[in-house]
Design a protein around this ligand. Structure first.
Ligand code: NAD
Length: 259
């Protein structure tokens, strides 16, 4: 079935009405948001070259300490893909939504920085950003050019300030989310009138809590995803399709109501 046929016009209209009438909106995005930019989801990223490794070995501090070369090289591979990627029509539609409506906060689980690359402002990054580095032991941020970035395999470079190995500034399994980002996201989810959920399976906590918080405080929840997720049950409207295909259509409908 084509995407156009899958989405009922009345569902698109209800979603657009809710967004157009909202004073505050939260757009909450996951890995599926970036798939059409060629960034693999976590599961996709563990296929092929990396299929033999457990996520516990690649995305935990213990895994990094046990095999820094392997973890550094995996993140360098992912970082190269991110740097080469460009935002797609769905990212641009989110940016346009920010221009059309009085208050739209983008809260993302993604670490790729593509919302900002698409011109979105006020992006809350719950899981950090793969383009940034900090050192393992003291947390010093590293802002220079990353040495040996094109090497397929290498050891992590040392922190210029203290010599501790550099690591990506992302949240690994078992780590706390950045406090400021969490406070902002939870606060906005409590206060929003509509929450637009895009491309997340709803299996990673605490991010999966956001739509529950919004819904229980009276917000209208819209989900965009080609498949049902753990969160489809609480969505007021489920729009089945991809971010790149559906978000421009949805924002077009919003523009027709507020423009
Ligand atoms: P997930 O991988 O668990 O689920 C991806 C979801 O996206 C699925 O529900 C899938 O049906 C949906 N999807 C697939 N293609 C889509 C499309 N074209 N448009 C819209 N939706 C689509 O993702 P998650 O829930 O975000 O959890 C994975 C975790 O891994 C996150 O916490 C994130 O930090 C991290 N991660 C980030 C990136 C990134 O920065 N781009 C990539 C991989 C993983």
């Amino acid at each position: 079935m084509s995407e156009k046929a899958a989405v009922r016009p009345e569902d698109l209209a209800r979603a657009a009405d809710a967004l157009a009438g909202a004073r505050r909106v939260v757009v909450s995005t996951g890995a599926g948001m970036s798939k059409e930019s060629g960034i693999p989801t976590f599961r996709d990223a563990l296929e092929g070259l990396w299929a033999e490794f457990d996520p516990q070995e690649l995305a935990t501090e213990q895994g990094f300490r046990a095999n820094p070369r392997r973890v550094w090289s995996w993140y360098a591979w992912r970082r190269r893909r991110v740097v080469e990627a460009a935002p797609h029509a769905g990212h641009l539609a989110v940016t346009e939504l920010q221009r059309l409506l009085p208050s739209v906060t983008v809260v993302t689980q993604n670490v790729d920085g593509l919302h900002a690359a698409a011109g979105s402002e006020d992006v809350v990054e719950l899981h950090g950003n793969i383009r940034r580095l900090r050192c393992l032991d003291a947390g010093h941020l590293f802002t220079g050019e990353i040495p040996g970035e094109d090497d397929t395999e290498r050891d992590p470079p040392p922190c210029p300030a203290c010599g501790s190995p550099l690591r990506p500034d992302v949240v690994w399994f078992g780590e706390m989310l950045p406090r400021v980002a969490v406070e902002r996201a939870w606060d906005d989810a409590r206060r929003c009138d509509a929450l637009l959920l895009v491309g997340t399976s709803g299996t990673v906590w605490p991010a999966a809590d956001l739509p529950h918080i919004a819904r229980s405080n009276g917000a209208f929840v819209i989900e965009v995803n080609p498949e049902t997720s753990e969160l489809t049950g609480i969505a007021n409207v489920f729009l089945q399709g991809t971010a790149g295909g559906l978000l421009p259509r949805l924002v077009h409908e919003v523009r027709a109501r507020v423009g």
